[in-house]
Design a protein around this ligand. Sequence first.
Ligand code: OAD
Length: 250
Amino acid sequence: MQNLVQQAADILAHARRLVILTGAGISKESGIPTFREAQQGLWAQHDPQRLATLQGFLANPTLVWDWYQFRLRLVEQAQPNAGHRAIAALEQRLPDVEVITQNVDGLHGQAGSRRVLELHGNIRRFKCLRGHGNLTMADLAGQASAPPLCPHPGCKAKVRPDVVWFGENLDYRVLQQAAADSEACDVMLIVGTSGVVQPAASLPYQAWKSRARIIEVNPEKSELSDIAHVHLSGPAGELLPRVLAVIGDR
Ligand code: OAD
């Protein structure tokens, strides 16, 4: 494995433009369950089609609101782990690093990463059904109803998490930026994603078509493993600091 760590470090150390695509796996070691791993996955207790969809919210707003409040509490108790911190450190060591994450937990920003594209939104941010955005729990304080109503004068529309639900489009500007950056990078590091959800799962193929070198960190094989030049099989919290340590010696 050390040889693969060395190979990954050699590729990353020479990256002119590094894009790091992350998924739920990088937050697992912060205590946040992933989506598709059996037993403990977030979906294990619930049917996503009932909860993480606009239809589900409209049919049962309190159930969906309460489930996201449960997930928000998990996120608020979580701390960035050594994998998040290693990624933030790479941004300091290398000339051009951007994180593109599918996660909604905000842990990359908390770890110190400054350039983060959140493809699927952020569970700490809220918006109302009429589009009034950038609401936080502080803006909703004092409302007993679940879900709360929009605090904008005269609005009163139901408030929902500002995350992408199944069947919804991603923010076009964010996706356009992510696609352009994936096409322009010369190295892509893929950490902790099964690579099954679109359009995020297409970004590595943009990099691959542009002849970028691709490194994957995941204890398992994923849908993206076939295009990875180096696959580091193990937890991100252990392997990313090892890669960083090798880079750091240069
Ligand atoms: P998944 O749960 O589909 O995949 C998590 C991946 O992380 C798996 O491949 C695991 O093998 C891997 N993994 C587990 N522990 C790890 C560790 N310690 N270090 C590194 N990798 C580890 O989660 P995502 O691929 O992120 O979409 O799921 C993508 C999207 O599906 C989510 O963003 C969400 C969901 O529907 C929306 O919410 C829109």
